[in-house]
Design a protein around this ligand. Structure first.
Ligand code: MG
Length: 381
């Protein structure tokens, strides 16, 4: 079996309401102008007609740059090759693009290809990916990612939002912080804790908005609300700053979705900048690379809880890896207003009242793209 084609499809859907996090606090107008949700789908086709599906992160840039990397730069490493040599193809792509790769767009592009190769491998062998990886569990705890800032949204609205998520089955919810001064955000955190109740987990995500001392001040205030983790307090470019925060509080520091590859995570883990490890398979180098990161985390006794936001394909790809890990603790689910979550797949697995998502049992990722939805929302190339 040889690879015959590698192609991408950009899907974009208008969002119904405007939301923002701390990262975008100075560009609200820009964010609102770009009020849509996108996914870049990667397909790898073989000469016997099998098609593997993956997704590459395009956050937040235009899709065209990532599409060009996949279709023009990575494609030559793949065409005519045996798709089951996933590790070998990853190494060829990484080494071949090293001088302008190693991070960002090129690693995101490789991530999409890698996931598609794993989907292909599963389809070729008739097994779901999590079993090919050596399954650890077949259901994964899920947490709700919600509590964004929005125009006119009150603390009571936030409390109602998280309470409704608990009623859907979630045992844990994460809200955004960092776009307001610490004391104002504390009012939101108190309201979210009331909505979640005393026995379920509450997490917060600052999206890299604090300097280390402000982050530590916030972390110490979070202790009274029994916050399960504090995500991305500072920039991933300041692992020592993150380690300073982690050392000064009992709240576990989680991150960094914005870091990629085993080499980036080696720094975060060795410097004790994180207590919870959070790569996303669509950014960090695919399932192959994220597994290496997860195993490194395991050796340091750290839980693996991936970033997983924006599309159901991302969720499913991350779900398979988490289900294969002894330190795979839970997976993030985008619970914001996002039409992709309902539309992109015909059969996205959903959370049960036990707070867990069952793994799809079909081969590969075990899900099917909704081709009619994609045709309706495909951005012409
Ligand atoms: Mg985050």
């Amino acid at each position: 079996m040889k690879i015959r084609d590698v192609r991408t499809t950009h899907v974009q859907v208008a969002r119904r309401e405007s939301l923002w996090s701390a990262t975008h606090q100075y560009v609200h107008r820009t964010l609102r102008a770009r009020s849509h949700r996108s996914a870049l789908i990667v397909e790898v086709e073989t000469d016997d007609g099998l098609v593997g599906v993956g997704q590459a992160s395009i956050s937040p840039g235009p899709a065209g740059t990532t599409q060009a990397v996949i279709e023009q730069e990575l494609r030559p490493y793949l065409i005519g090759e045996d798709p089951s040599f996933i590790e070998g193809l990853w190494a060829r792509m990484y080494r071949g693009t090293l001088q302008h790769g190693r991070r960002g767009i090129v690693i995101a592009a490789m991530s999409g290809v890698d996931i598609a190769l794993w989907d292909l491998q599963g389809k070729a062998l008739g097994q779901p990916i999590y079993k090919l990886l050596g399954a650890y569990r077949d259901r994964v705890d899920a947490y709700a990612s919600a509590g964004w800032y929005a125009e006119g949204k009150t603390v009571d609205d936030l409390s109602s939002e998280v309470r409704a998520l608990m009623e859907q089955g979630y045992r844990a919810v994460k809200i955004k912080i960092g776009a307001l001064p610490v004391n104002e955000d504390l009012g939101r955190i108190r309201a979210a804790r009331e909505g979640v109740g005393p026995s379920r987990a509450l997490m917060v995500d600052a999206n890299r908005s604090y300097d280390p001392k402000t982050a530590l001040r916030m972390a110490r205030r979070l202790e009274e609300f029994d916050v399960a983790f504090f995500e991305e307090p500072v920039s991933p470019d300041d692992p020592d700053g993150s380690a300073f925060v982690a050392a000064g509080t009992t709240i576990p520091i989680a991150g960094y979705e914005t870091e990629v590859t085993r080499f980036g995570y080696r720094e975060l883990i060795q410097r004790r900048a994180v207590d919870v490890v959070q790569p996303d398979v669509i950014w960090a180098g695919g399932i192959s690379e994220a597994r290496k990161i997860a195993e490194m985390a395991s050796a340091w006794g750290l839980p693996y809880i991936p970033h997983s936001f924006g599309s159901p394909l991302t969720l499913v790809a991350n779900l398979h890896l988490v289900a294969s890990l002894d330190n795979g603790q839970s997976v993030e689910v985008d619970c914001t207003d996002n039409p992709l979550m309902d539309g992109l797949l015909l059969d996205c697995p959903t959370i049960g009242l036990d707070g867990q998502i069952p793994l799809p049992s079909g081969p590969g990722l075990g899900v099917e793209l909704n081709r009619a939805f994609i045709e309706d929302y495909r951005v012409p190339g």
